[in-house]
Design a protein around this ligand. Structure first.
Ligand code: PHE
Length: 502
């Protein structure tokens, strides 16, 4: 029998009563594992060997996992520092305990997000408690890390899953194959096998000389293991943003554009936000140091806005009895909402005066000096929108939300009365998280007040909203932590595998 060289080698190295792994055969025949795999499959389809497959799981510590074997898990370090601070007797100040723990950067987040989950204590309104009965010695995740570090297996799948989702271990699955000679294979070897010349690549010379007629071609093995290629792709957040834009355009909206860093005038003053409003302190805004001020503000509009702040609008209007300064209004900061764009457009400053009916939207980034947690980031995408028309009501607002969210499969919206200085009435919007069932706030909305609209020169109704794109994704795809899709802790697997539905 004539067989290609690689197959002859594998056949000779295989045994009838001892299943040999591809690796061992590769070693013994001095061929690459993929060549041996290909040859084994060929031999199998000729009935000369049997190939058995099983799946093997290898679990390895990541760099971060190894670091915690040495320094203990961040939540354990936090617990131990909290104990030292006496938090088992009386709640301690969280900032202080974190300072003393030596935890830094993302480790603080990691400690905080695992602390309560694992029963080390509670974290509430800036205070931390330590449960005296908690025992870091019996921390299942820490023990599993130590076992893996020592080369021992971990049986508990749920602990492994947890470690994997924390990025502390990587679990790789591979197919293990072993080869055994069949009776036919034994017979073939006894009768003798010879090496046939095989040709891997057809050349122009072979064609012209006619040699191709006499050679044996190597067969392709389309089942051979191939390296996994994970190419770049558009981030699911961007893909969903594009889908939101398409949806709104389909609903008759036009897109607004405008600066990320803008004058407080457009971000706050035009929205009838008093200059001494708590959200306008330097704690909450990202101010620009260069340039610090905007040059061109429409003077007559500034005057009307200032007037509204002092005296309100209409005959029995009420203003704020607090100082108003144009310098304050000129200061530039990163926008905390895209309602600054709505002000620019509604005022006529952007594309000229607008006659009702009009619908505008934007899906753009906003910046807030929030504390990072599973539902808050320092920057996020806001789906801003407004409709200008005669006689709008809250029903129109709710109907628009229902129509919009339905296209993303969300049909269980809830509303809660709310307060904004610039809308009356105002509503917060909630949707139900598909896996935890919790209510997630997805946006804020309302009807712009007269105090906003009159200075802008708008004399009909305007309903408006700012929705969070990230929270929409949470409801669509069920992830629980915004940081899974954004930033340094993001879950690459999730980003690769989530398909944005159209
Ligand atoms: N600016 C609001 C926010 O960021 C959203 C909003 C826009 C509310 C327009 C009412 C009207 O939460």
């Amino acid at each position: 029998m004539k067989l290609p060289e690689s197959q002859v080698a594998v056949l000779q190295a295989a045994s009838a009563n001892d299943a040999r792994s591809i690796e061992r055969l590769a070693d013994e025949t001095d061929q690459k594992p993929e060549t041996v795999t290909g040859a084994a499959f060929e031999l199998e389809s000729a009935g000369l060997v049997a190939v058995e497959e099983s799946t093997d799981e290898t679990v390895e510590l990541t760099d971060e996992g190894r670091e915690y074997v040495e320094d203990a898990l961040p939540e354990v370090r936090l617990y131990e520092t909290a104990l030292e601070a006496g938090a088992d007797e009386e709640p301690a100040q969280m900032g202080r305990v974190i300072g003393q723990s030596g935890l830094e950067g993302p480790q603080v987040d990691i400690a905080l997000s695992n602390y309560a989950r694992k029963g080390y204590g509670t974290i509430e309104s800036g205070e931390i408690t330590a449960d005296p009965d908690a025992d870091p010695e019996s921390d299942a995740e820490a023990s599993a890390l130590a076992a893996l570090d020592g080369g021992e297996p971990v049986e508990d799948e749920s602990v492994l899953d947890q470690l994997e989702s924390r990025g502390l271990v990587s679990i790789a699955e591979s197919t293990v194959r072993s080869v055994t000679l069949t009776d036919e294979g034994v017979t073939a070897l006894m009768e003798g096998v010879e090496t046939a010349e095989t040709v891997g690549q057809l050349t122009p010379e072979m064609l012209t000389s006619g040699q191709w007629r006499d050679v044996e071609f190597a067969e392709y093995n389309v089942e051979a293991d191939a390296e996994e290629v994970t190419g770049g792709k558009t981030h699911i957040l961007r893909q969903t943003a594009n889908r939101v834009k398409d949806t709104l355009v389909g609903m008759g909206f036009e897109e607004m554009e405008g600066p990320h860093a803008d004058a407080d005038f457009w971000i706050n003053d035009a929205l009838f936000m008093p200059q001494d409003h708590p959200a306008r302190t330097h704690w909450d805004r990202f101010a620009l140091s260069n340039p610090t001020e905007i040059g061109d503000l429409p003077e007559d509009l500034v005057e009307r806005v200032e007037n509204a702040h002092h005296e309100g609008v209409g005959e029995d209007g009420e203003g704020y009895h607090s100082p108003w300064s144009e310098d304050f209004a000129r200061a530039i900061a990163l926008r905390g909402h895209t309602t600054s764009l709505s002000m620019r457009y509604l005022s006529g400053h952007e594309i000229g005066d607008l006659e009702p009916p009009q619908r505008f939207f934007s899906v753009e980034k906003v910046y807030r000096n929030d504390t990072l947690d599973p539902t808050h980031l320092l920057e996020f995408f806001q789906i801003e929108g407004w409709v200008m028309a005669e006689d709008l009501s809250v029903r129109d607002l709710m109907g628009t939300f229902e129509e919009f969210y339905e296209q993303f499969g969300i049909t269980d919206l809830r509303y809660k009365p709310h307060y904004n200085p610039y809308t009356e009435p105002s509503f917060e919007l909630f949707g139900e998280h598909p896996t935890t069932g919790e209510l997630v706030e997805v946006g804020n909305s309302g009807m712009f007040r007269e105090e906003v609209l009159r200075p802008l020169g708008v004399d009909c109704d305007v309903m408006a909203w700012g929705l969070s794109l990230e929270r929409l994704l949470m409801l669509m795809y069920g992830f629980e932590d915004i940081r899974d899709i954004h930033g340094t802790l993001c879950d690459l697997e999730l980003l690769r595998e989530t398909e944005v539905l159209h």
